[in-house]
Design a protein around this ligand. Sequence first.
Ligand code: HEC
Length: 117
Amino acid sequence: MKKFLTMMALALGGTSLTLHAAELTPNIEAAKGKVAMCIGCHGIPDYRTAFPEVYHVPRIGGQNAKYIENALNEYKKGDRKFQSMHAIAATLSDQDIVDIAAYYAAQSASTPVNPQK
Ligand code: HEC
């Protein structure tokens, strides 16, 4: 029975991923409580406490929301390989990913660019 349920969950999970993506409404406000764990690496200009020089990380502020969503889903699934990003993406729900993608996409090109990036 347990195995059956697991199989069902996997089957449903597989299909709902694509369905959900279209249904989820990004919530930028909600993302503000979720990006704390990204800031340490993907420093946002407004958050000067970040230490981007420790890592060579891509700048994601101002990036296209769909691109960020895809990247996070790929890290989550392991299609894109990078250990720390996989570990982080694995903790994010579909809704988290949509929210965070919208949050970063909303960073404008005029946002002062952190010179370390
Ligand atoms: C431990 C440091 C670290 C943390 C924390 C971190 N990232 Fe990353 N992230 C990286 C690195 C390094 C890369 C580049 C990995 C690679 O080469 O694939 C990356 C890549 C990415 C990319 C792909 C960018 C591109 O241009 O392809 C996205 C999107 C991203 N991170 C989003 C996030 C989000 C959202 C969070 C918070 C939920 C987060 N990251 C937290 C280090 C981090």
